[in-house]
Write a protein that binds this ligand. Structure first.
Ligand SMILES: NC(=O)c1ccc[n+]([C@@H]2O[C@H](COP(=O)([O-])OP(=O)(O)OC[C@H]3O[C@@H](n4cnc5c(N)ncnc54)[C@H](O)[C@@H]3O)[C@@H](O)[C@H]2O)c1
Ligand SMILES: CC(C)[C@H](C(=O)O)[C@@H](O)C(=O)O
Ligand SMILES: [Mg+2]
Length: 351
């Protein structure tokens, strides 16, 4: 079993180090392929996603990704910016289905930004499309006839792109509580009208799943008002990005939300995928050793589950994180005072 490890920038290396300690403690023979991504890769190799990193990604059964983002690089041409590493990996490797689970851990109801009785009901999965939308459409800067600077990013989805993520959403709902809510903006956007039409067509193959539709502005509101109503949410790339950060604060912290990015490629043990916390490089706390590594440790659990076929080990890691939280061990993001390594220690002792 081979895992490519791309720690990246800011807190990326700090949180990845703790996940690797957990991996090392498990009864599993794996070899690690390390690679540079993001700002550090630009500084070392002149590109945020160097060829050697892509080679390692293709050779591996799964990728554990930290985070990218470095304010020093924000004035570079867009194709050289750190974020292009993660966007490039998702696109190059056809990782179109991004699973972002959000569930309240026991004992954390009171650290959510929501009232405890509302937060306590959260157990949802956002299935975010990852290879299309306004992220990958034609974009640029131009000058209007009136001589004004204009930025543009084209939003589009073709029906095959919508169908495959709709299938991922329905299949996820079948494995959970059987309810799928498709989130779009079909009242305004043609892209969303096609999205809604194709989701409805795809529903014919999944009659056992209850399908509902919601506009994204309402979904943002409902996520705060009554998040317990959601089982699986399927949505486009941009809406999914925003709603998942919002969901993280409903749960308690962005330092808790893991993700799995999957495509169709199979490995000897499961489905090839990339696993990363949903948060970024957090430049405001980088280098201080205080980031919460739980989202990355939980991403490792998703890696064990989906790409390595190790469901039992995945549960073991998830239970160790849950026990750590239940025992009151918290990072600063959750109002506690444990640092990154101490949280790693606590997870290890509960493994
Ligand atoms: N997938 C990725 O690699 C990814 C995701 C999001 C943002 N980014 C990049 O990261 C950089 C910073 O972006 P941002 O500030 O908007 O978002 P961010 O997620 O990095 O940080 C937002 C806030 O959450 C806090 N935070 C994030 N993760 C935390 C953790 N594990 N523990 C404790 N606190 C945590 C940060 O300190 C910050 O206050 C940007 O360059 C952005 O492009 C990368
Ligand atoms: C860094 C950025 C490109 C990325 C995204 O927008 O997808 C991030 O916000 C995420 O949620 O993984
Ligand atoms: Mg995001």
């Amino acid at each position: 079993m081979k895992i490519a490890v791309f720690p990246g920038d800011g807190i990326g290396p700090e949180v990845t180090a703790q996940a690797l300690r957990v991996l090392d403690a498990l009864p599993l023979q794996v070899s690690l392929l390390e690679g540079d991504v993001g700002g550090i890769a630009y500084k070392r190799h002149g590109h945020p996603l160097p060829d050697e990193t892509l080679v390692a990604a293709n050779e591996a059964d799964a990728i554990l990704f930290g985070a990218v983002g470095d304010f020093d690089c924000d004035n570079l041409e867009r194709h050289l910016r750190p974020e292009q590493a993660i966007l490039g990996l998702r696109r190059e490797l056809n990782l179109f289905a991004n699973l972002r689970p959000a569930k309240v851990f026991e004992g954390l109801e009171h650290t959510s930004a929501l009232k405890p009785e509302i937060a306590g009901a959260i157990d949802l999965l956002i299935v975010r499309e990852l290879n299309g939308d306004v992220y990958f459409g034609e974009k640029g800067m131009r000058t209007t006839d009136a001589g004004l600077r204009q930025g543009y990013d084209i939003m589009s989805y073709d029906e095959s792109e919508v169908r495959r993520i709709a299938v991922a959403g329905f299949e996820a709902a079948q494995k959970r509580r059987g309810r799928l809510c498709s989130v779009d903006k079909a009242n305004v956007l043609e892209t969303s009208q096609l999205w809604r039409d194709v989701v409805i067509e795809t529903h014919a193959d999944f009659p056992d799943v209850e399908l509902t539709h919601m506009y994204v502005d309402n979904a943002a509101m409902q996520l705060v008002k009554n998040p317990g109503q959601f089982d699986v949410v399927v949505t486009g790339n941009l809406f999914g990005d925003i709603l998942s950060d919002q969901a993280s604060m409903c749960v308690g912290s962005i330092g808790l939300l893991a993700s799995a990015s999957l495509g169709e490629r199979k490995t000897d043990y499961g489905t090839f995928g990339l696993y990363e916390p949903i948060h970024g490089s957090a430049p405001d706390i980088a280098g201080k050793g205080i980031a919460n590594p739980m989202a990355t440790v939980l991403s490792l659990a998703e890696l064990l589950r989906h790409s390595l076929g190790q469901e039992e080990l995945a549960k073991r890691v998830e239970n160790a994180v849950a026990k750590t939280l239940a025992d009151g061990i918290r990072g600063g993001d959750l109002g506690g005072d444990s640092n990154c390594a101490e949280i790693g220690d606590a997870i290890l002792t509960r493994l």
